[in-house]
Design a protein around this ligand. Sequence first.
Ligand SMILES: Nc1ncnc2c1ncn2[C@@H]1O[C@H](COP(=O)(O)OP(=O)(O)OP(=O)(O)O)[C@@H](O)[C@H]1O
Length: 332
Amino acid sequence: MTLALEGVRVAHGAHEVLHGVDLTVARDELLVVLGPSGAGKSTLLRAVAGLTPVSAGRVAIGERDVTRLRPGQRNVAMVFQSYALFPHLTAAENIAFGLIVRDVPKAAAAERARQAAASVGCGHLLDRRPGQLSGGERQRVALARALVREPDVFLLDEPLSNLDAELRVEMRAELKALHARVGGATLHVTHDQVEALVLGDRIAVLRDGRIEQIGTPDEIWSTPATTFVARFVGSPPMNLLPADGPLPGLAPPGRLIGIRPGALRLGSEGAVASVERVEVVGEDAHVYLRLGEHSAVARIPSAERPATGSETHVMARDADVHVFDPTTGKRV
Ligand SMILES: Nc1ncnc2c1ncn2[C@@H]1O[C@H](COP(=O)(O)OP(=O)(O)OP(=O)(O)O)[C@@H](O)[C@H]1O
């Protein structure tokens, strides 16, 4: 089933949080909504789930207009950041809960819960209560609870953010594999750009309640539509410099040029720069440079890093330059 949002607006009192969002998630597509804190990501999911009313616009699942339906009538399953498991129920009871309240006979619900648990690797935890589970295990139970209902749409609200770094990477891969197996239109919210790039079939970048760009991870990375997207995706962020600044000749004067840290070349050619600071991050070094009144950061192999306080030269290839309008921030 597809999920379609058309001109969706949500207001909390006088404060409008979503200003007309258009978005389509294809059947079996995993679309990641990526944006900073406060952009309206959770609000967007809650509007699709029916937990927050929309003030204008339309939400459709397949052919059904669900805009005015109650959450229980929409056939969507949501996984919350906090997992929202019932502490007094076992994992099995938590997973089966949504079936029991829909009058699925107990034995059938238990069997489906067992299958869902097995498919996300928590089949051995069914008798435990949430308090006896680790964060990663709770996460699996929450996923099984979403899966068991066989919903038309999956809504995942920062499901990996409470896990430690190692587990997050592991669960990210599992989530991707699970989606490939199970399918279903999936809207996955995160503020983590790496998660978005790794997981998403497409990414919608949300900023202040508006979608700034929708595209495949490759499109978002290679052709960011605005300076906001360019700097939000990529770490350290893309350097932005005036076209007639320290690296002239790469774009017409009056534009902004964007160059990713990994695309800046340090050596004996190009603009003179002083090395203000060097951060070594494993194999990489982030070299913070001063170019007159401007600054930039280069990412280079740490074995080749210059010393703090030394002088170097910087250049970039034409092919690595992104050009933006300084007034609108849009790519030109
Ligand atoms: N119930 C509410 N009443 C009033 N304002 C709200 C309510 N819920 C959210 N907001 C406001 O709406 C805006 C968007 O919040 P939302 O939680 O959707 O953002 P988010 O992108 O999910 O952020 P985060 O990543 O921090 O969870 C924020 O400015 C927030 O303060």
